[in-house]
Design a binder for this molecule. Structure first.
Ligand SMILES: [Zn+2]
Length: 433
């Protein structure tokens, strides 16, 4: 046992699962005898098929060295090294196999779902998706008015990347029908013989249900030519989701704009959703909420939820323009010198650190979230860099005397100037000029 436990643990007992610890084989045999007799006292016996001994040496599970494969007095078999056992229904070796347990749970979850979804009451069980969404909302994982389609859309397309039980089950039905149709085996053959007439006679059949699912996707189920059905089903499902999002003029609008804008890279826009692995849920929920325009702005409460009647729509901070998500994020003069400026500096900093690194001024690039700030001036024999330092030009040709950053290389007589701006997506062409 680990050190912080002061008293010696010799056994873990929970209802009918017992784990006994012993320092040596002889001690184990002694304890087991005691155990056996006290179990007999209350009328219990152990089931040999469910017992095992694991040898652990210096924290590593090993194969029994001496004494063969069983503990003689009890005839309980030993585990091989690396072989796992279950305690309280959880797979363990020398520690709990969390990852494996998760995989098993996921498999079991999907197995049970396909049982539920292939039953005649499948529509009733649509409740599962609804309940799952409710839990996510209640735990702050998403906004109550968030789009369902976006929840099931891939992260690389701006969605949350969740799998819908309903969609998975329909896909399973379609794949199942194709497999049943094309299988040469005897057992599936019998099922087929039962299913095909059932479909013809208007009774419930897997083929009929699969055909219905395919129809919902706007396709026809062709059992003869069903190669690559898995991919095809997924493609149609994604297409349907994107359609749905496109039709959501409020929640879906900003995501759709990014997906359809040819000069924007959707991959680049939504890169953070797939690559920022330890991004906190509330950060994702908040940012997706912004994409879905669910910020409680005046425009939202007046035009979308109608919770504040026909009141004032202008910004509570600057009073100049309608208070919309776009305005709060990039158009509010009251935020320009504070929030926008720090956002600008934080974005520029990432790029500037890279350049400093290339020029050899720093040995490593601080991560984007670090509070570090670059110095205004770095200077070496040949190169000098300036950050937010005005240019005092001798000649009049220098048109703008304020650029965000400059890197002057005296050796190759080159000046690089950097100008960073974080415009709203629709205003970026104006900024380009
Ligand atoms: Zn404002």
């Amino acid at each position: 046992m680990s050190k912080p436990v002061n008293s010696k643990v010799t056994g873990l007992l929970y209802i009918d699962d017992i784990k006994i610890f012993a320092a040596s084989k002889s001690k184990l045999e002694r304890v087991m005898k005691m155990f056996e007799s006290s179990m007999e006292d209350v009328g219990l016996q152990w089931n040999l098929k469910k017992c095992a001994v694991a040898h652990v040496k210096k924290g590593v599970q090993v194969t029994a060295v001496s004494g063969g494969r069983v503990v003689e007095s009890t005839r309980i078999p030993c585990l091989d090294d690396g072989e796992r056992y279950k305690f309280l229904g959880v797979l363990e070796s020398v520690r709990q196999e969390d990852k494996l347990v998760l995989e098993c749970a996921a498999t079991e979850y999907l197995r049970r779902l396909s049982v539920i979804w292939t039953s005649p009451v499948s529509d009733y069980n649509r409740v599962i998706d609804r309940e799952a969404r409710k839990i996510v909302v209640e735990s702050g994982g998403r906004h109550l008015c968030s789009s369902n389609a976006l929840l099931y859309m891939a992260k690389s397309r701006g969605g949350r990347g969740l799998r819908s039980v309903e969609m998975e089950c329909k896909a399973t039905k379609m794949k199942g029908a194709v497999r049943l149709h094309g299988n040469e085996d005897r057992a599936p053959g019998m099922v087929r013989e039962f299913e095909e007439p059932a479909a013809r006679m208007g009774r419930r059949s897997n083929f009929k249900e699969a055909a219905k699912c395919t129809e919902e996707l706007g396709q026809e189920l062709d059992l003869e030519h069903a190669q690559g059905i898995k991919k095809e089903v997924r493609r149609c499902q994604i297409e349907k989701l994107e359609d749905e999002i496109r039709n959501q003029r409020w929640q879906g609008r900003l995501v759709t704009t990014r997906l359809e804008d040819e000069s924007l890279s959707a991959d680049g826009c939504f890169w953070w959703l797939t690559e920022w692995k330890n991004c906190p849920s509330h950060t994702i929920a908040g940012l997706v909420g912004l994409y879905e325009q669910l910020l409680p702005t005046r425009v939202y409460t007046i035009q979308k939820t109608h919770t504040s009647g026909e009141g004032e729509v202008r910004c509570r901070l600057c009073g100049k323009a309608p208070e919309s998500v776009a305005h709060i994020l990039s158009g509010c003069s009251a935020l320009a010198q504070s929030k926008y400026l720090s956002r600008h500096d934080a974005a520029l900093k990432v790029l500037f650190y890279e350049l400093l690194y290339d020029e050899g001024f720093i040995d490593e690039i601080p991560p984007w979230y670090s509070p570090d700030k670059p110095k205004p001036v770095y200077e070496s024999e040949n190169v000098k860099t300036y950050l937010n330092v005005p240019i005092y030009a001798d000649q009049q040709e220098v048109r703008c005397n304020r650029v965000d950053a400059r890197i002057v290389n005296h050796m190759c007589k080159r000046v690089m100037t950097l100008e960073m701006s974080c415009p709203w997506v629709n205003s970026r062409t104006r900024k380009d000029e």
